[in-house]
Design a protein around this ligand. Structure first.
Ligand code: ZN
Length: 140
């Protein structure tokens, strides 16, 4: 994994408005953005925190991954995300190492970035998200 940096820490919550208010108070600044990722059945609020983000996640339907997580485990840390330069290459590399991947091919996540998840069985119990910055067609 070349140049991995923490992108965000995902925190599953049951009430996004209340959680956003809590983190505004805790961090002392307003949220960076809010969006719904319908494909994942989730509404997301990001807070800037030291160059990385805290990502609050609320299910928009009970059968979404976050809905199932909250049902089983309650609120709390859901995943840790790291930036990678080339997600497809990284997935291929990890597959050859026998790492268990939730996503064998990248999909589009929050912010339009490409994302793929590594199974907690291969990471000592942490759902790990690999994310590649969206290529902005306007930038060089
Ligand atoms: Zn995430």
């Amino acid at each position: 994994m070349s140049n991995p940096r923490v992108a965000h820490v995902g925190i599953a919550v049951t009430d996004l408005d209340a959680a956003t208010e809590v983190y505004r108070t805790l961090l002392g600044h307003p949220e960076h953005d809010r969006e719904t990722v319908e494909a994942q059945g989730v509404e997301v609020v990001h807070f800037e925190a030291g160059g990385a983000m805290l990502e609050l996640l609320q299910a928009t339907r009970a059968d979404s991954p976050i809905g199932k997580f909250v049902e089983k485990r309650g609120e709390g840390i859901h995943h840790v995300a790291v930036w990678v330069d080339d997600l497809r290459a990284e997935l291929a590399r990890l597959a050859t190492l026998g790492v268990q991947l939730v996503d064998k091919v990248p999909r589009v996540g929050a912010g339009g970035h490409l994302v793929a998840f590594v199974h907690p069985r291969s990471t000592r119990g942490v759902l790990l998200e690999l994310t590649e910055k969206r290529k902005d067609p306007e930038s060089p």
